[in-house]
Design a protein around this ligand. Structure first.
Ligand code: ADP
Ligand code: MG
Length: 730
């Protein structure tokens, strides 16, 4: 076994950066060149078809049959001219990733002649074999089949494989025949439309020209890279995406020198390569850098409309996985691939922008606009406060459980960081008297609203430990897991903010009816109330500290570390009501999603548990026993030579190995029993709970003994690639 490890290490160490050839011209020359974008449509479609598609994109208008045929034919001609041979509807089933089923553009006629086929009907609707996608019981009881349907708001794109052939991918929604939503995109689109409506109603209080509000998302993506050979020598990485064993290296993260260090050449080549491919797909990747942990990196795109940004993030992850292989890397999106070392997140930078070009969470230099800014800010704060458990549920997963509320990780408490200045503004707004606010700008100054511009300038008081932080002109939802589909947290956030903005508008209208039109006063009055009601969610200190957990408990904030527990929030009556009222998900769909999440969780823990059992017994214990046998020989020889004292340390190592082997064996057997017990339970909820407690409880204790053995067994014999070998990429 150890032979495999050393071979892999040698292979990894001898690698050179893979040469990457990208055009020397400007980015604008190839940006979006693999997408069926606005420019292409304008050139290839009749003015009427172009207008209809544009309206479908902007206003959600329906596209009729003839137009669909024209678009399909243009799309096919464009795709074929760029080297595509197949097409597929590209959608996001509830498994988390994306799915595709490729059909060739070409068909064979009865006479054996090749023809090209791709009609409007194939563009608009497809029937993948849906029965193998999770549906949480919906399809079992009602309708077994589903269909995918074109989402014109996200441009079609061509994905090339390493052989150089391409597939036209058509972003699509996935719905069952009975109308239930079986994917991530459809409820996301619905939540965006709910938010658009609600936010527009509030935005027009400040500017009647606003007709549309779009939510925006910039998802910073963290990831680890591991050499392919080393990855393949670690069955846990292959099976579970994370290392279940491994002792910390002598030089761990303590030095934090990786964060500021230069990017290793092999990694740089990989980045240049996938960034180029991403740009061609219209994904605006912008920044790249090392992250805190060794072998950890980050890529961040420029923000886009949320639906597009979610598609682009999924696509980017896919691209990175593929292109990493070209560079002899595997990319790890798991939230916690290595114990004792930082995990990975996906920081969801979120805001709302109007069609008049205003960022509703952007502070302004003008007092009146400042009132608009605090109105949206406080409404988001109130929404997060009132629905914190739902937000927590939206980021709950087996992987993220290692990040939230576990060791070396932020707590599972949802709190908001505002920064010192903004906190002061909110305090003033809450406590200062409203004195004739309608008489000029003095009143705003009294309320502290004149100070807002300086917030914009001061980005320094960042808080890296906050799960939900205001960062200048947007909120950064930092607690999202690195492997997550951003749609889940975005659906929750859009929906609760939409719901809150509707409430605000209702209160505003009711107050205005009795206040004879003094709108600033009315707004401030409502905001004062909101701040009072929700300020306990604000926290500026160190979110990782024990004091915060205690303080949060005193404040009555939830702190749910367990995934099955956190997911339960989905079933809360008030949350179901909000989803239904906002037209995002029905109760049945929520139940289905809840079950799917629980099943995903159970499966992940089950796989990890099996990997742990296998590695512990077949790799670690067997190696330990062999090594122990050689020690026994040594001890025996020493004794035979009369060297009793010299034999003592050897004997004590023999004893330690015996004890640890006995412990590991006992714990592994007990874990198998716990798994059997959990498997015998039919109820998904109960089974997930057992996996999360009784099965998972063994993970750390088994690991403890295995990691101790790693320290005493001869390095020459140790079968698993060590942390120090995996984490340092040259
Ligand atoms: P920082 O250095 O504060 O993280 P960046 O400008 O690098 O700020 O932004 C981080 C991420 O936030 C990027 O993906 C960026 O596009 C995104 N972002 C910036 N403004 C907005 C916005 N109004 N809405 C959504 N995301 C935004
Ligand atoms: Mg970051």
């Amino acid at each position: 076994m150890a032979r495999l490890r050393f071979k892999a290490v040698e292979e990894a160490q001898s690698r050179q950066p893979v040469k990457v050839e990208i055009p020397t011209g400007k980015v604008t020359e190839y940006f979006s060149s693999n997408t069926f974008n606005d420019e292409v449509m304008r050139a290839m479609l009749s003015p009427e078809a172009y207008m209809k598609v544009t309206n479908a994109i902007k206003a959600g208008d329906k596209i009729d049959r003839e137009i669909a045929d024209e678009v399909a034919s243009a799309m096919k001609a464009w795709a074929v001219s760029r080297g595509a041979t197949h097409y597929t509807h590209w959608f996001q089933p509830l498994t988390g990733g994306s799915a595709e089923k490729h059909d060739a553009f070409f068909d064979i006629t009865m006479e054996g002649k090749a023809i090209e086929k791709f009609k409007g009907s194939a563009l608009v609707q497809q029937e993948p074999d849906a029965s193998s996608f999770p549906s949480g019981g919906i399809r079992a009881t009602f309708e077994a089949r589903g269909y995918t349907a074109w989402d014109p708001t996200s441009p079609a794109f061509i994905m090339f494989n390493d052989a150089g052939t391409g597939t036209l991918c058509i972003p699509s929604v996935f719905v069952s025949y009975t109308g239930e939503l079986l994917d991530s995109k459809t409820p996301l689109l619905k939540s965006l439309s709910a938010l658009d409506k609600a936010a527009t109603e509030v935005a027009i209080i400040f500017d009647r020209h606003v007709e549309k509000v779009s939510a925006t998302l910039g998802a910073e993506q963290e990831y680890f890279l591991v050499d392919k050979a080393l990855f393949n020598a670690r069955p846990d990485l292959i099976m579970a995406g994370r290392t279940v064993f491994g002792h910390n290296p002598a030089k761990g993260q303590q030095l934090e020198d990786h964060y500021f260090g230069s990017i290793p050449p092999r990694v740089n080549a990989f980045m240049v390569d996938f960034e180029f491919e991403a740009m061609r797909l219209g994904i605006p990747v912008r920044t790249r850098h090392n992250e805190v942990a060794p072998a950890q990196f980050e890529v961040a795109p420029t923000f886009e409309e949320v639906n597009l940004a979610c598609d682009h993030n999924i696509l980017l992850m896919d691209l990175m996985r593929k292109i990493a292989k070209r560079h002899n890397f595997e990319v790890l999106f798991h939230e916690k691939p290595f114990a004792g070392i930082n995990g990975s997140g996906k920081h969801n930078n979120w805001s709302m922008g109007t069609d008049t070009g205003v960022n509703l969470l952007g502070p302004s230099t003008k007092p009146k606009e400042s009132l608009r800014f605090v109105t949206f800010l406080v409404n988001v704060m109130k929404a997060v406060h009132d629905n914190a458990d739902l937000l927590r549920a939206s980021i709950a997963s087996a992987g993220n459980e290692h990040r939230l509320g576990a060791n070396e990780a932020p707590p599972a408490i949802i709190s908001i960081f505002m920064g010192a200045q903004l906190t002061k503004v909110l305090e003033d707004l809450e406590n200062k008297e409203i004195v004739s606010i309608d008489k000029g700008e003095n009143a705003y100054i009294k309320l502290g609203l004149n100070r807002l511009p300086s917030i914009l300038l001061d980005n320094t008081d960042r808080n890296r430990t906050s799960p939900f932080a205001f960062t200048g002109n947007k909120f950064e939802y930092r607690a999202v897991g690195s492997s997550a589909n951003s749609s889940q947290p975005m659906i929750a956030l859009n929906t609760i903010v939409a719901n809150q903005l509707i409430k605000f508008r209702e209160e505003y209208d009711a107050e205005m009816a009795v206040h004879e039109g003094k709108k600033e006063e009315v707004i401030v009055k409502i905001l004062k109330k909101y701040i009072k009601e929700s300020k306990r969610i604000l926290f500026e200190g160190n979110g990782y500290s024990d004091e915060w957990a205690e303080e949060a408990a005193r404040r009555g904030l939830s702190n749910v570390a367990s995934t099955p527990e956190a997911l339960k929030a989905y079933l809360r009556k008030d949350f179901i009501e909000i989803f239904e009222k906002m037209g995002v998900l029905t109760e049945r769909e929520i139940h289905a999603r809840y079950e799917i999440e629980l099943e995903n969780y159970t499966k992940k823990i089950q796989i990890e548990s099996r990997v742990i059992g296998d590695l512990a017994m077949n790799h670690v214990v067997s190696t330990a026993i062999k090594y122990q046998a050689s020690l026994v020989q040594t001890a025996k020889s020493l004794r035979e030579m009369g060297l009793e004292k010299e034999a003592e340390p050897v004997i004590s190592i023999i004893r330690e190995i015996s004890e640890r082997v006995a412990e590991i064996t006992k714990l592994t057997d007990a874990m198998t029993e716990a798994r059997k017990k959990a498997n015998a339970i039919d109820d998904v909820e109960e089974r997930a709970k057992l996996y999360g407690t009784e099965v998972k409880d063994f993970f750390d204790s088994i690991r403890y003994h295995v990691d101790k053995l790693e320290l005493i067994i001869d390095d020459e014999d140790w079968p698993l690639v060590k942390y120090r070998e995996m984490l340092y990429i040259r």
